[in-house]
Unconditional design. Structure first.
Length: 252
């Protein structure tokens, strides 16, 4: 992917699609994880170039939760509708949605977890549930990025994003609030095919170095945290409490 081959050591990126896939470039040495992540090759651009490694974390359900709200519950008629509906309320009013439909991936790795919506009252509407679904994407990513910081010893300064869900500006603001660093979105968010083409161009000499690629898909928007650190941590704490409630719910 484009973002993958342009990541400098210590930088992280997140791709938002059906699931959510995150990488942090840790440089030329493998960084074993003790926080539920995988160690993987980040990229090697050319036979004489060094191999750079990454920490990898995957969230199973991101955009798939939006599809579930549309197809299974009928709360929205199209995926694009969720942003406006979620923005129509100021908060989830205490509702947390943990979309552990196929268990939980990084950093928990709990195959026994199942999806759960907690904190509902008679006041809860479909707008609150839709907002909670978007928050779930951002908070799942936050937990993976926290694990990356703990394993690597690198403090995240910004998060590069791509993928179809990044056109949802409310989600991107939620992500910035969750991770408490700027979230940077490129002009073209569908970067997988573009990255493959750029890597091929590097191989045959169209471009001389990865640094030349950065201007070909420049940043389009940056989302700054608007939530205080204390409020962000409180939201994470409520989320983690909801996550624990999903454990051991799979039929035995």
């Amino acid at each position: 992917m484009l973002g993958q081959c342009c990541l400098e050591p210590g930088q992280a990126k997140s791709t938002y699609g059906t699931g959510c896939f995150m990488l942090m470039n840790v440089g030329e040495q493998i960084c074993p994880s003790s926080h539920g992540l995988l160690s993987t090759v980040c990229f090697k651009l050319g036979p004489d170039a060094p191999t750079l490694f990454a920490l990898e974390g995957a969230v199973a359900i991101a955009g798939r939760a939006v599809q579930w709200l549309r197809d299974n519950l009928g709360l929205i008629s199209s995926a694009s509708e969720i942003e406006g509906l979620a923005a129509s309320v100021d908060s989830t009013e205490g509702v947390s949605f943990v979309p552990a439909f196929s268990g939980l991936f990084a950093p928990y790795w709990r195959s026994d977890a199942r999806g759960c919506i907690v904190g509902m009252t008679l006041y809860t509407t479909r707008a609150h549930i839709c907002r909670a679904a978007l928050e779930a994407v951002a908070l799942q990513a936050r937990e993976v990025l926290d694990a990356m910081e703990a394993d690597s010893g690198v403090t995240l300064s910004a998060l590069q994003v791509d993928g179809g869900m990044t056109i949802n500006e409310l989600l991107m603001q939620m992500q910035a609030d969750a991770v408490q660093v700027p979230v940077r979105r490129p002009r073209d968010v569908e970067t997988t095919a573009m990255g493959a083409a750029f890597a091929a161009g590097l191989a045959v000499g169209v471009w001389g170095s990865p640094s030349e690629l950065r201007d070909l898909n420049p940043p389009d928007a940056a989302f700054e945290p608007a939530l205080t650190k204390a409020d962000s941590e409180a939201k994470l704490s409520r989320w983690q409490d909801a996550v624990k409630r999903t454990f051991d719910l799979a039929p035995k």
